[in-house]
Write a protein that binds this ligand. Structure first.
Ligand code: HEM
Length: 307
């Protein structure tokens, strides 16, 4: 018996296909893109902290060469002891970071413009950091190369924050010019502080290996110069807060930054006065990554955002 017209219209259309496994995976990734971008940020902050563990346990040359761990082997072996395990473990995290970053790129591939470009830049930063990490080993932990390695991770953290803001943040107009300038000055002073921090480290005792080269600068003097930059940063943050007080989002993120700065400044002084206990220095590294996130967030909060 033939179908009535009603039966024909309610039945499956000959052109409607069940989505393929690839389409289902893509749909899932797109639906969870914000969570994946948060994972991207957490992973980049996380590797700053595990990198700190490498340095603070003196494991910087736990794998004495690169890209192999030793001349004979790609992986750490027993003779390299705990330092080998720590350094090799940190190297392996690169793959975790790369997997997350590539997943984010796939998830935003259908989006044009800044979102896609940011995701691609972050993903390209991972192998770049892998190579610079390798150069730090091959230069026997030259303090300037170690500093570059850390600062690039800080930049990746900032880019992850920018991507999150583009993906989801309150709809808003651009803040007035004075607020944008104050936020930019805060951002710049934050970066000066981060860089001076690496100079202090490069002059101090926690080089990552007992025999590696130091900058030759006086660590106490450099610590004070680093702290002066922090005071300027806190002042710029207060000015941004004052000028941006009528903009709810700017005000909120600037207060968060101020709280992180005060906590980080306190840790900085306590570690300085107590001869740099490694646990505190580790927290100072975490704080530095959070500062990088905070200054980036304040800066982007002053830009316009549409839904
Ligand atoms: C917003 C506040 C601060 C930020 C963002 C910051 C950032 C940093 C960074 C990025 C490093 C380098 C870590 C590395 O290369 O592994 C560092 C090291 C250091 N900072 Fe700060 N810092 C802040 C406040 C302070 C303050 C107020 C002091 C007090 C003197 C201080 C003392 C030190 C010392 C002594 C080191 C060297 C630690 C070591 O040898 O491992 N910091 N800081």
């Amino acid at each position: 018996m033939g179908m009535t017209s009603t039966e024909r219209s309610t039945g499956p259309s000959p052109s409607a296909k069940t989505p393929s496994a690839k389409d289902r995976v893509l749909a899932w990734l797109r639906a969870h893109v914000f969570g994946l971008a948060i994972a991207n940020l957490v992973a980049n902050v996380g590797i700053v902290v595990t990198g700190a563990v490498v340095r603070l346990t003196g494991s910087g040359l736990g794998c004495p060469t690169w890209p192999k761990c030793t001349d004979e082997s790609y992986v750490a072996h027993e003779a390299l002891g705990v330092h080998g395990v720590i350094e090799f473990g940190n190297r392996m995290l690169t793959y975790v970071l790369a997997t997350i970053a590539i997943t984010v790129v796939v998830a935003v591939w259908n989006r044009r413009g800044v979102i896609r470009n940011l995701a691609i830049t972050i993903a390209c930063g991972v192998p770049l950091q892998g190579v610079i990490g390798g150069i730090t080993v091959l230069t026997d932990l030259n303090p300037y190369v170690v500093a570059l390695h850390l600062l690039l991770s800080m930049a990746m953290v900032g880019l992850c924050v920018w991507l999150l803001d583009e993906l989801r943040s309150p709809v808003r107009d651009a803040a007035p010019r004075s607020v944008r300038v104050a936020a930019l000055v805060t951002f710049a002073l934050g970066w000066v502080t981060l860089w001076l921090g690496t100079v202090v480290t490069g002059s101090g005792p926690h080089s990552g290996d007992l025999d590696s080269r130091r900058t030759g600068l006086d660590p106490a003097l450099m610590s004070h110069i680093h702290a002066y930059a922090v005071y300027a940063l806190v002042a710029a943050t207060l000015i941004t807060l004052w000028l941006g007080r009528k903009h709810a989002y700017v005000r909120r993120v600037t207060i968060v930054l101020l709280v992180i700065e005060l906590a980080q400044g306190l840790i900085g002084w306590v570690q300085y006065l107590t001869d740099l206990p490694v646990v505190l220095v580790g927290f100072h590294m975490l704080g530095a990554a959070l500062i990088s996130a905070g200054i980036a967030r304040v800066l982007v909060s002053t830009r316009a955002h549409t839904a």
